[in-house]
Design a protein around this ligand. Structure first.
Ligand SMILES: Cc1ncc(COP(=O)(O)OP(=O)(O)O)c(N)n1
Ligand SMILES: Cc1ncsc1CCOP(=O)(O)O
Ligand SMILES: [Mg+2]
Length: 351
């Protein structure tokens, strides 16, 4: 058992720790690039960076000097799965697995020689699980993140070319769609909702259903948008499951307060301007828009009469997120209209 002589063991454990610190940091770097340049999410990017830097702090000269790449029989071994990355999700999944495995190895071996590193690896491993959840598009956190980033919200109106128009908007960069249909029968609604869900999924866009929790469930939607006389938010959440989104329309501070207390994930704020899409509904104007801006931290979508000619003043009044019906559904070129609205929102929300 000469191999297990304490002095040799120490050097070999250091070598294992060195290799796995590298592995974990490399995997985190791959994930960080996606957070930064793919998702443009400053918070997740900062988390990856901090995790990497924490690991770097433990990667001491003692561990680095244990490296013996020349004698590592593993460098020549590659697994076919390492080359087989079909989707972006494959890349992320593989790298999360890599980081988590490496941290587990560190946790186990460092118990023998570097107890503080072992404890840190355990904590970091849990933080990496949380990061993975946040990045998973179907998790609650993932959906909330996508909602926050989707500054433009298309609320559909009936159209013979509904799917075509929505697809054009998705091509223009839209990432949030609500199916609003007050006229069709339920079987037709369900069929359309399922088609829209599949379409949105292809473009990585969130898909919500207006008013109807049952149709949202049947179409596997990302959530539902509720008005003041629809089902309570908590019941909708219970029916849909906790990972789905629930939005709520508000027209005044009292409705906003109740929506926040009941746990809405976002609010609609409007109609900002009177609109033929919702005849007879009085405009709330900019005062309530500004009130909402200062009294709530969940996304607020200004809605009602917003198009390329009015979006500037709505943004100037403080709106960061905007919902439209006619500006896209009735546009001669829905893709271009979407691009123009997004451009306004992008320019208006520069830090
Ligand atoms: C994003 C968004 N905001 C507000 C509404 C309006 O909802 P509601 O008051 O329930 O009216 P209807 O749309 O159901 O006529 C919305 N749909 N979306
Ligand atoms: C559904 C809804 N809720 C408040 S205003 C509105 C309609 C907005 O439609 P448009 O964008 O065509 O003015
Ligand atoms: Mg409604």
């Amino acid at each position: 058992m000469q191999d297990l002589a304490p002095i040799l063991c120490h050097a070999r454990v250091c070598r294992i720790l060195d290799a796995n610190l590298d592995r974990a940091r490399e995997g985190l770097r791959v994930i960080e690039e996606w957070c930064r340049l793919g998702c443009e999410d400053a918070e997740l990017t900062a988390t990856c960076k901090e995790l990497r830097q924490t690991l770097a702090g433990y990667h001491t000269p003692e561990l680095r000097s244990a490296r013996q790449t020349d004698h590592d029989p593993g460098t020549a071994l590659t697994h076919p799965q390492e080359r087989d990355r079909q989707t972006l999700q494959d890349v992320l999944t593989a790298n999360f697995a890599r980081v988590q495995e490496a941290l587990r190895v560190i946790e186990e071996y460092a118990k023998l020689t570097h107890a503080d590193l072992s404890a840190a690896a355990k904590t970091l491993r849990y933080r990496v699980y949380i990061l993975e959840q946040a990045l998973s598009p179907q998790s609650r956190q993932g959906r909330l993140r996508r909602l926050h980033h989707a500054r433009l919200y298309l609320v559909t109106s009936p159209s013979d070319r509904l799917l075509e128009r929505v697809e054009a908007a998705l091509k223009g960069g839209l990432r949030l769609v609500q199916y609003r249909d007050k006229t069709n029968d339920d079987q037709t609604r369900l069929k359309i909702a399922q088609q829209l869900q599949a379409l949105c999924q292809r473009y990585g866009a969130l898909f919500l259903v207006n008013d109807r929790v049952d149709i949202a469930v049947g179409a596997n939607a990302d959530g539902v948008h509720l008005g003041q006389t629809d089902l309570p938010i908590a019941l909708a959440r219970q029916i849909l499951g906790g990972d789905r989104l629930v939005g709520c329309s508000t027209t005044n501070p009292q409705e906003l307060e109740r929506a926040l207390q009941e746990g809405a994930d976002y609010v609609g704020v409007g109609p900002v301007f009177a609109t033929p899409t919702k005849p007879g509904k009085a405009a709330v104007g900019f005062d309530y828009l500004q009130y909402a801006r200062h009294h709530c931290s969940i996304p607020q979508f200004a809605i009602g009469g917003i198009d390329a000619s009015t979006i500037g003043e709505v943004i100037a009044a403080g709106a960061t997120h905007v919902a439209v019906v006619r500006a896209i559904m009735d546009a001669a070129d829905p893709q271009q209209a979407t691009q123009d609205l997004l451009q306004h929102l992008h320019e208006g929300n520069q830090p």
